[in-house]
Write a new protein. Structure first.
Ligand code: 7RM
Length: 629
């Protein structure tokens, strides 16, 4: 695959992608290995949410990672694994070793009856086996759905049930900082609420005591013991499902975003190579978890397709101390470092002391993802980590887009603090006003839509195509709606302003306000609740819950119980930062909660609440302001 090397080349490619998208994308796709090439590059109809890329082509993504790379890169390190505890030895897996481990586990999956199209849940810590599990599923044509190992048993059961999964891959436990987290027992609880799982494969990691259910549960090491290290790859159609990844939206339960084989492969590899400007001998590290899309596209698939060395880190940035990230950068001489603004802000709060003993001179490119990066954090990151001479790529994209959509190309596109900057070739963003009119030219602000398909656009929401149409393709006719606000500045550079729907972004994690409200409402004494986001120094947004209760308990006790119920129903990442007990919620005459007012109060912005006279209960606003946290 050719990499873009200059700004004028970027503009040339961009122009070609507008004029002739089919030849632009087929040239890129040509550098992959196909069992059979496509008949037609693209077929699409946004009104029906139907997009097909590389029609009737046949392939397996793992042959593009392994067979395509092995000859030249068999002895090159594919994965460097850094354990939670820095005194435990790290692991280096070459492409050849990763290939053999993947084949063994693919054979194990087949031995346990997994076939093409079956759904397999991966609920695992950040260990090489998590990547091996994903790749083995892809090799046998099974559809993986990775669930972040911090989610509760209820969240896990919801996902298992939604996609009718046949198998769960998990571990006994999970090391995280100085804690050991039970994982298998969460799976056991989830399986009490679901009926489709036939077997569970358990990786031994923490060696803690767990229950193994005869006939259902098997140890990972037993499963691979007798398996061969060669495994023929299943031949998949370009549009066959590669994976499902659940993500939160503004309504109801999380949606299963579906990605297909060929388009995702082409786009994740192309964007990895170009955004990070990866060179053959570079060491690349993305700090995300494989439970999120960033881990899928930019720890596993993108880098491995490009034959890169990718670092996987099991731990957290603050253990054993707040120098951990920078120690890892120096230990492996990381060249490209990719993390989230929330991590930057958290580390920034500790000042420069934690980096005074680090050189960081291996760094060539630093990146940001998951939420808007504020200017202060941008400068701190750029000056102190990048030492002022590393391009900072602020990469905007979503679970649904599969890969990076708007970003500088490192060292090529001029940097502008807090601006994701320009769309990648092949991406055609438009800014629309509330009525759907396209806002042309510079100095405009509105909602961000994409008007033309790209190879890794989501294909559907699992089991409910209408929901996909309604969520993404109905707000603005003929366009994909992102849910984000955006500004195009006087230079034509794009700045993402954050969500315009009822989704909040807490430490780079997407959370639906309705989802958190539903969890709170599970508490027996809760009558009604309303959840909004508010600006938070470190997390970007915090979760503020207004709750009406019917309870004899003290406010402090009930608040603690409410936080606990959210932890149990969704997981610790969804715990409200602030809970306010109120006697009523501001509502319109038709009974709709006025979130706009609640958001302002949560943000300490009482000055301009707008017109409250049309409320059903204007008095309640005063009361809420008085009691605000
Ligand atoms: C990759 C990822 C998607 C939402 C998206 C935005 C926000 C992501 C940026 C960003 C500003 C960025 N997928 N977002 N990247 N906002 N600048 N560079 O995070 O599906 O989990 O979240 O995240 O609101 O819609 S995600």
């Amino acid at each position: 695959m050719q990499r873009i090397k200059t700004l004028s080349e970027y503009f040339k490619k961009y122009e070609l992608s507008e004029k002739d998208p089919e030849s632009f994308w087929s040239e890129i796709a040509d550098s992959f290995t196909w069992k059979k090439k496509w008949d037609k590059v693209l077929d699409w109809d946004f009104e029906k949410a139907n997009t097909k890329w590389f029609q009737n082509a046949k392939l397996n993504i793992t042959e593009n990672i392994f067979e395509r790379n092995l000859k030249e890169r068999g002895s090159k390190t594919a994965i460097i694994w850094e354990p939670n505890d820095p005194s435990e030895p790290s692991i280096h897996l070459t492409y050849q070793e990763l290939y053999e481990e993947t084949c063994k586990f693919s054979n194990a999956l087949r031995s346990k009856g997994i076939k093409k199209g079956d759904r397999v849940i991966i609920y695992m810590p950040m260990v090489p086996e998590a990547a091996i599990a994903m790749l083995a599923c892809a090799r046998v044509g099974a559809v993986h759905s990775v669930v972040f190992a911090g989610f509760s048993s209820t969240s896990l059961a919801d996902r298992i049930n939604d996609c009718q999964a046949k198998m769960v891959l998990t571990s006994d436990g999970n090391f995280r900082g100085n804690k050991t987290i039970p994982v298998k027992s969460v799976v056991d609880e989830a399986l009490e609420k679901s009926s489709t799982i036939e077997s569970v494969i358990v990786l031994e990691r923490t060696k803690q005591t767990i229950n193994m259910f005869e006939g259902r549960d098997h140890w990972w090491h037993d499963c691979i013991k007798e398996e061969s290290n060669v495994c023929e790859a299943e031949v998949l159609d370009s549009e066959d499902m590669l994976f499902i990844l659940y993500t939160s939206g503004s309504t109801g339960k999380p949606k299963g975003v579906v990605h297909s084989s060929a388009g995702y492969m082409v786009y994740s590899a192309y964007t990895f190579l170009n955004v990070f400007q990866y060179d053959e001998n570079d060491i690349y590290w993305c700090t995300a978890d494989v439970g999120w899309i960033t881990g899928h596209s930019y720890i596993v698939y993108g880098p491995l397709l490009c034959g890169a060395t990718t670092v996987m880190f099991e731990g957290i940035p603050t253990f054993p101390n707040v120098s951990r990230f920078w120690d890892i950068v120096d230990k492996y001489k990381i060249n490209q470092f990719y993390t989230a603004p929330t991590a930057i802000r958290a580390l920034q709060a500790h000042g420069l002391d934690p980096i005074k003993n680090n050189s960081l001179e291996s760094l060539k490119v630093i990146g940001s993802v998951g939420e808007p990066i504020n200017e202060e954090a941008w400068h701190w990151y750029h000056d102190n980590i990048g030492k002022g001479n590393c391009p900072l790529v602020d990469t905007w994209w979503q679970t649904e887009t599969g890969g990076i959509m708007i970003s500088a190309l490192a060292g090529i596109t001029p940097n502008k603090p807090a601006h994701a900057s320009l769309p990648l070739p092949g991406i055609h963003p438009v800014i629309v006003d509330a009525d759907g009119n396209e806002l042309i030219g510079n100095n405009v602000q509105g909602n961000l839509c994409i008007k033309f398909p790209w190879p890794s656009i989501l294909r559907t929401t699992y089991g409910d195509h209408q929901r996909c149409i309604n969520t993404y393709f109905s707000n603005y006719k003929g366009m994909y709606f992102t849910g984000d606000g955006v500004k195009r500045d006087h230079d034509g550079y794009l700045r993402i302003l954050g969500r315009v729907d009822d989704v909040i972004n807490v430490s780079g994690h997407r959370m639906g306000t309705a989802e958190v409200e539903n969890a709170i409402n599970e508490h027996e004494e809760v009558i009604e609740s309303a959840v909004v986001g508010y600006p938070h120094n470190i997390k970007g947004e915090g979760i503020y819950a207004y709750v009406i209760v019917n309870s004899e308990s003290s406010d402090d006790i009930i608040k603690a119980e409410i936080i606990d119920v959210v932890r149990k129903v969704i997981g610790p990442i969804a715990k409200p930062d602030k809970v306010q007990i109120v006697s009523g919620l501001p509502k319109t005459r038709s009974g709709k909660i006025m979130r706009r007012i609640l958001r302002k109060i949560a943000s300490n912005d009482y000055g301009n609440l707008g017109d409250t006279s049309t409320l059903l209960n204007p008095n309640v606003v005063e009361e809420i302001i008085k009691g605000a946290n």
